[in-house]
Design a protein around this ligand. Structure first.
Ligand SMILES: NC(=O)c1ccc[n+]([C@@H]2O[C@H](COP(=O)([O-])OP(=O)(O)OC[C@H]3O[C@@H](n4cnc5c(N)ncnc54)[C@H](OP(=O)(O)O)[C@@H]3O)[C@@H](O)[C@H]2O)c1
Length: 342
C-alpha cells in the first residue's frame, strides 16, 4: 500500500520534501494548474528506506503493509499453515523500515473473523527486534459500520475488542471502514461520535476514515474538528485502475486539509502485477472479475511490462512508481505534458 505524498497542503504535515517547492496554492479546493508535488521534482528514488511521512502525529513508512488476506479463505485462499511464512514476511518488513500495518476488525472469513488482527498481535509480541516507541509499529485498524453498531458506545466497544485481539493498549489509527451516510445517516453520526470518544479516551493516537468520497470527507472533517479531533487519514482505492475524477478530487481535498491519503489495492487486487491473464486466472471470486477486466487492460499491461523489462524492475515496482507520480502527471497532462519519463 503506497502513500502518495500530500502535496502543497497548507496544513500539510512535515515531510522530507517540506523544504522543496510546494504545489497547490494552499487552502482552496479548486484544481487550477497546480505545480507538481515536490516528490515529482526531486532526483533519485521517491523515498529512501529510512524516510518517514506524517499521518497526523504519527511517523510512518511511505509504503505500508496490508493484511486483508490474513484469515481470508474465500478471496485469498488463506490457510493457518501459512502463519509461519506470514510471520517471516512481517519480520522482514519491520526490520527493513516498514512500520505501518493496515488491518480491520472484519478481516478473516467465517470462524476466522478477526484473524488478521490476532496474527498481527502475535507477530508484534514475538518480534525479536527492539520495539521501543509506539512509532516503531503503527497499527491502523478499521471498524466495520455493521448495522448492529448503532451507538457511539458500541463503536468504542468494537475498538476495545480490536485492542484485545491485537494485544495493544492503544492503536495507531482507528478508521471508520465505510460511510453509512447514504443509507443510514443517523448511524453515521453515532459512528463519528464513536471515533471522537475513542480518541478522547486515548484508545487511538489518530483517527481516519476509509471509502469516503470528497463531499462526505469534508463533512466528517468539519464535524470532528468541531469536537477538537483532527482527521488524520483517508483510505481509498487508489491505483492505475481507479484514478478517476473522484479519486483526484479526494486527493485534492486531502491535500487542502492536511489529511494523509492512504492508497489501498494499489496493484488492482493483483491485476496489475502481470501474474494473471485470461488463461491464468486466480482461484476464487477474483477470477470472475479478472475475466471481465483483464482483456481491457492489455495495452496498459504491455506498456508496464516494457518499462519493467527496460529498467530491470518487476511490473509491481513500476506500478508503485507510476501510482506515486500520477498525481503530478495528471496535472501535467492538463498542461500538455504526459506520463513521467522512465
Ligand atoms: N479500506 C478498504 O476498504 C480496503 C479494501 C481493500 C484493501 N484494503 C487494504 O489494502 C491492502 C492491499 O490491497 P489488496 O490486497 O486489495 O490488493 P493489491 O495490493 O492491489 O493486490 C494484491 C495482489 O497483488 C499481489 N502482489 C502483491 N505484491 C506483489 C509483488 N510484489 N509482486 C507480485 N504480486 C504481488 C498479491 O499476490 P499474492 O496473492 O500472491 O500475495 C495479490 O494477488 C489490503 O491488504 C488492505 O489492508 C483496504
Amino acid at each position: 500500500m503506497a502513500l502518495p505524498p500530500a502535496a502543497g497542503a497548507a496544513a500539510a504535515p512535515v515531510t522530507p520534501f517540506a523544504a522543496q517547492p510546494r504545489g497547490h496554492g494552499g487552502g482552496g479546493l479548486r484544481r487550477t494548474s497546480p505545480a507538481p508535488p515536490a516528490a515529482a521534482l526531486r532526483l533519485g528514488p521517491l523515498f529512501w528506506p529510512w524516510e518517514k511521512v506524517k499521518v497526523g502525529p504519527l511517523s510512518v513508512s511511505p509504503m505500508g503493509f496490508g493484511t486483508w488476506a490474513w484469515g481470508n479463505q474465500l478471496l485469498w485462499g488463506y490457510q493457518e499453515s501459512m502463519d509461519s511464512e506470514l510471520q517471516e514476511c512481517f519480520n522482514l518488513a519491520l526490520k527493513n523500515g516498514i512500520n505501518l500495518f493496515d488491518t480491520a476488525d472484519s478481516y478473516g472469513t467465517g470462524k476466522l473473523n478477526g484473524q488478521s488482527e490476532r496474527l498481527l498481535g502475535r507477530f508484534i509480541r514475538e518480534f525479536e527486534g527492539p520495539i521501543k516507541s509506539p512509532d516503531d509499529v503503527v497499527i491502523a485498524t478499521k471498524f466495520a459500520a455493521y448495522p448492529w453498531r448503532l451507538t457511539s458506545g458500541q463503536f468504542v466497544g468494537a475498538c476495545k475488542s480490536s485492542l484485545e485481539r491485537l494485544q495493544l493498549d492503544r492503536l495507531g489509527i482507528g478508521q471508520l471502514h465505510w460511510s453509512t451516510a447514504n443509507y443510514a445517516p443517523l448511524q453515521e453520526r453515532a459512528l463519528w461520535d464513536g471515533l471522537v470518544e475513542m480518541y478522547e479516551k486515548g484508545l487511538v493516537r489518530a483517527v481516519g476514515v476509509s471509502n469516503y468520497g470528497p463531499k462526505q470527507l469534508l463533512k466528517i472533517h468539519s464535524y470532528l474538528a468541531s469536537k477538537g479531533v483532527p482527521l488524520s487519514s483517508a483510505q481509498v482505492q487508489f491505483s492505475l485502475l481507479s484514478m478517476g475524477d473522484e479519486q483526484m478530487e479526494l486527493k485534492t481535498v486531502c491535500d487542502s486539509l492536511g489529511i494523509r491519503l492512504i492508497a489501498y489495492s494499489p496493484l488492482g487486487l493483483g491485476m496489475l502485477t502481470g501474474k494473471y491473464d485470461a488463461s491464468n486466472l486466480p482461484k476464487g471470486p477474483r477470477s470472475v472479475l479478472f475475466r471481465q477486466i483483464l482483456p481491457g487492460l492489455e495495452s496498459l499491461l504491455s506498456c508496464l511490462r516494457r518499462i519493467a523489462e527496460k529498467k530491470g524492475k518487476t511490473m509491481s515496482q513500476v506500478v508503485f512508481s507510476c501510482t506515486q507520480y500520477n498525481y503530478a502527471s495528471m496535472h501535467r497532462a492538463n498542461d500538455g505534458g504526459g506520463m513521467p519519463e522512465f
